[in-house]
Design a protein around this ligand. Structure first.
Ligand code: ZN
Ligand code: ZN
Length: 160
């Protein structure tokens, strides 16, 4: 059904879903200021689609033209950043894929804007989510409204 070269993904609320078939050109993180802002993050993880085929299987991103050349796609319902569309091709937000571990980055772009502390993040103290129960007791009762990491026939799924 799905080959190892098929990768699915979508936004947090499930209104937009996509499928990429084929080998992408590359997977990167971009440190440029525009990517920082568009993702609300220190850098943007991006899968450059290249010759692979992308189909939006549910909904479609809204787009913001961040420059005269580039449009950035995001879910109009939940705001998840989804795409970067430039004259040299389409990229999809790597973290929006259902299994980002299958698409590890191999190159960094925009390094002139890299925030000085980024390389030290892996040296920071580490805590697991449930290590913080004392400060955030609600964590044991969280009910996720996030779309699951797989395609669904309908969403929200019918209650049985
Ligand atoms: Zn959404
Ligand atoms: Zn960038």
């Amino acid at each position: 059904m799905t080959s190892p070269l098929t990768h699915t993904g979508g936004c947090q609320c499930g209104a937009v879903r996509f499928r990429m078939e084929g080998q992408p050109k590359d997977v990167s993180v971009c440190h440029c200021r525009m990517c920082q802002k568009a993702f609300g993050a220190y850098y943007a993880p991006l899968v450059a689609v290249g010759e692979a085929q992308v189909t939006f299987t549910r909904g479609a991103p809204k787009r913001f033209a961040s420059s005269n050349f580039v449009k950035r796609g995001f879910c109009g319902d939940c705001g998840t950043p989804l795409s970067y569309e430039a004259p040299d091709g389409l990229s999809l937000a790597a973290g929006a894929f259902d299994d980002p571990s299958q698409l590890p980055p191999t190159i960094q772009f925009g390094v002139e804007c890299k925030l000085a502390f980024v390389d030290a993040i892996s040296t920071l103290p580490e805590r697991a989510t449930l290590d913080d129960l004392q400060d955030a007791p609600f964590l044991t009762e969280v009910v996720s409204y996030q779309h699951p990491d797989r395609d669904t026939e309908q969403w929200p799924e019918a209650k049985s």
